[in-house]
Design a binder for this molecule. Structure first.
Ligand code: DAH
Length: 337
């Protein structure tokens, strides 16, 4: 029986040491309830009383040795698996990260967004209007009949005699007032078109932002306060406004509005071309004819309106001297904003 135990031990240890050893299977095979060692112990009854403790002790040693061999091998296998995993999943956190180029808004869009936020903050809503427009909305409803000289300046692209590409965002005023009685507080940014040659300050396609407020008791004071709040947020809190008398067919009185130069503060510098002021928009009190054209009673309601060129605002804000840079999509230029 001793020889049998030695044989079992030798076999078990050899199996455990084999490269592909299935340790659980080996444990069951030798130490399990029906395992080989257990069978031997069961046969101990046949031994003489003298032999029994000797064989018993040997069997226990053999069991202990097999158990610890399995444990040791199992620890080894686990350690090897962990080492392999560590090697395979090695992560060097000191390697510099891969940089993904992230784009950003075009300055025309970011300034437009900023404008929208400023006016939304003052309770305005945003309206959109068609770029392909009826002549009526672009001109006649805005108190600009066919023989009005302002139509020369705003010469645009005609699709038919009555349909054109809008030359200003002002027609959105008419759409808004036709649809809704006061109170009205709306801005409308968008594209406009004019038959202009491309140069540093002109483009056949550019952007404007229209604004209109109509309610009872609206005065020029409201216009000034609103535009001043806008200018201070857009160009800085020290910005002052200057209103110069002007003429627009759809407002009376009308004004062109300048901001104090945010570079020199009004003293005159390169940015403001020595003027101290930069023109940014046209504005005025909505002409009674325009209100009437939209079915709003000018005896009850009054309003102000304004229109600004977004390109002009962008150029003033970032000191850009050539408008064409805004359309060329040269990343070296766009990256700066
Ligand atoms: N539409 C005018 C233009 O393109 C700008 C303008 C001036 C709009 C006065 C207005 C306004 O609403 O009241 O030159």
């Amino acid at each position: 029986m001793k020889e049998l135990l030695q044989k079992i031990k030798a076999e078990a240890l050899e199996a455990i040491a084999a490269p592909e050893a299935d340790l659980e299977e080996i444990r069951v095979k030798y130490l399990g309830k029906k395992g080989e060692l257990t069978q031997v112990l069961r046969g101990m009854g046949k031994l003489t009383p003298e032999e029994r403790p000797v064989v018993g002790a040997l069997a226990n040693t053999v069991r202990a040795e097999i158990e610890s061999a399995i444990e040791e091998r199992s620890a080894e296998v686990k350690a090897a698996a962990r080492a392999a995993a560590l090697k395979a999943e090695k992560l060097d956190v000191t390697v510099p990260g891969e940089e993904f180029p992230v784009g950003h808004f075009h300055p025309l869009d970011s300034v437009q967004k900023q404008m929208e936020e400023i006016f939304i903050g003052m309770g305005f809503q945003i309206a959109e209007g068609p770029e392909v427009e009826k002549s009526y909305y672009n001109f006649e409803a805005l108190n600009t009949p066919a023989d009005h000289p302002a139509r020369d300046i705003q010469d645009t692209f005609y699709i038919t005699e009555d349909i054109l590409l809008r030359s200003q965002t002002s027609p959105v005023q008419i759409h808004v007032m036709e649809e809704k009685q006061p109170p009205i507080r709306v801005i409308s940014p968008g594209r406009v078109y004019r038959a202009d040659e491309v140069d540093a300050t002109h483009s056949p396609l550019f952007h404007q932002c229209e604004g209109i407020v109509v309610d009872k008791g609206i005065t020029m004071g409201d216009l000034k306060g609103t535009l001043e709040a806008f200018a201070k947020q857009m160009f800085g809190s020290k910005t002052r406004l200057r209103f110069r008398p002007h003429h627009f067919p759809f407002t009376e009185p009308s004004a062109e509005v300048d901001i104090s130069c945010f570079v020199c503060g009004g003293e005159g510098c390169r940015v403001c071309k020595g003027e101290g002021w930069i023109e940014i928009l046209g504005a005025g009190m909505v002409h009674p004819n325009v209100l009437r054209n939209c079915g709003i009673d000018p005896e009850v309601y009054s309003g102000f309106a304004f229109g600004m060129g977004i390109e002009r605002i962008v150029m003033a804000k970032y000191n850009i001297t050539d408008m064409r840079l805004l359309y060329e999509n040269d990343v070296r230029f766009l990256k700066q904003f």
